[in-house]
Each structure stands twice: as C-alpha cells, then as structure tokens.
Design a protein. Structure first.
Length: 60
C-alpha cells in the first residue's frame, strides 16, 4: 500500500515537471512562429518541381 502512495507522488511530480516545461516553452516563444510552416510548404513544392524538370530535361 505504501508503494502506491509513492508511485502517485512520483507521477504527480513528473506531471508537474512536464507542465512547468510546457509553460516555459510557451512563455519563451517556442510556439509563436505562424509564418514559417506555410512558407515551407511552398518551398518544398518548388524544390520537387525542379527535380521533376531536371529529370525531364535529362530524358530528352
């Protein structure tokens, strides 16, 4: 029975540590970048188009 109390206390401690790290990440601006992911999609598309164009040019 004492082990259960120890495990509950340990799990609460770990949960509080993760919650603290999450709030630290939010306050430090880790999740503030709204612009880059949308631009990354566009740049990935352009790079794949260049690869297909280069392959078409090699085949001709």
């Amino acid at each position: 029975m004492e082990v259960i109390y120890m495990l509950i206390g340990f799990s609460l401690l770990v949960a509080l540590i993760f919650l603290g790290l999450f709030f630290w990440a939010v306050r430090s601006g880790q999740f503030d970048d709204q612009y880059t992911p949308s631009m990354r999609v566009l740049f990935d598309q352009k790079s794949s188009d260049k690869k297909t164009n280069n392959q078409k040019n090699r085949d001709e």
